[in-house]
Design a protein around this ligand. Structure first.
Ligand SMILES: Nc1nc2c(ncn2[C@@H]2O[C@H](COP(=O)(O)OP(=O)(O)OP(=O)(O)O)[C@@H](O)[C@H]2O)c(=O)[nH]1
Length: 236
């Protein structure tokens, strides 16, 4: 099998504020000495996530690109991936060859997932502050993303959540797919996450990584009505 000629695209999805940008920053710090990295972020109207990451200095600023989705972020990672595909290709044209491009979804619905046409692998991020029940509530990202991250485990004692139980419930819900309990303050957990990325990238280079679709979002509708568009969308 010939080696791939483009970067592996790794999607990072999950609800608002679960720590997706921070996780990407953590991965850049852990891996940028060994892998050539780029980042594409998605926000509705702003470039805030990209600006926040640029400010951390984890990568050369121009290796972090922003897509303004103009609507619910999941539309741009799932329904019409054009803007993201172009952003990744531009990044590779300007800074390539790259090894991994991390694509961050704007914080979104619990059921938002990436199209397998856009990313080669995807991880889904929850945090302990969202409550211990959220893993059991399920959804395609939780059940079938390539990796589930239970983030901010350092906060568990402060929010009365059992982080280990949450990780165990994640494993039970995922048919053997991997789960990492993560805190950016816990180097061992950061190492576990970085190792998963290394293994996944090695699989990609061998031509052995087959992008899989965790499944579509829960049914919902996008209204043509202007006001509803500003709100994002109406759930059916
Ligand atoms: N205690 C703790 N806080 C964290 C950790 N990771 C991220 N945070 C905090 O969680 C908040 C949200 O983090 P972000 O990385 O902005 O989350 P996000 O998912 O990118 O947010 P959106 O893009 O708005 O959906 C910030 O205040 C971070 O500092 C962690 O491991 N532990």
């Amino acid at each position: 099998m010939p080696e791939p000629t483009r970067a592996m695209r790794l999607g990072v999805a999950g609800p608002v504020g679960t720590g997706k940008s921070s996780l990407i920053g953590t991965l850049c710090r852990a891996l940028s000495d060994e892998l050539r990295l780029g980042v594409v972020t998605n926000d509705i109207y702003t470039q805030e996530d990209a600006e926040m990451l640029r400010a951390t200095g984890v990568l050369e600023p121009d290796r972090i690109r922003a897509v303004e989705t103009g609507a619910c972020p999941h539309t741009a990672i799932r329904d019409d991936i054009t803007a993201n595909a172009i952003a990744v290709e531009d990044l590779e044209a300007d800074h390539g060859p790259l090894d991994v491009v991390l694509v961050e979804s704007g914080g979104d619905n619990l059921t938002a997932t990436f199209s397998p046409a856009l990313v080669d692998a995807q991880l889904f991020v929850l945090d302990v502050a969202g409550g211990g029940d959220v893993v059991r509530k399920g959804g395609p990202g939780i059940a079938r993303a390539d990796l589930l991250v239970v983030n901010k485990t350092d906060l568990a004692p402060h929010v009365d959540v059992d982080a280990e139980l949450m990780v165990d419930q994640g494993r039970a819900a995922r048919d053997g797919r991997p789960v990492v309990g993560l805190s950016r303050r816990d180097p061992a957990s950061v190492g576990e996450l970085a190792d998963w990325v290394r293994r996944t990238y090695a699989e990609f280079r061998r031509g052995a990584l087959v992008p899989s679709d965790p499944g579509p979002m829960a049914p919902h509708s996008h209204s043509r009505d202007e006001d509803a568009l500003v709100q994002g969308h109406r759930h059916a």
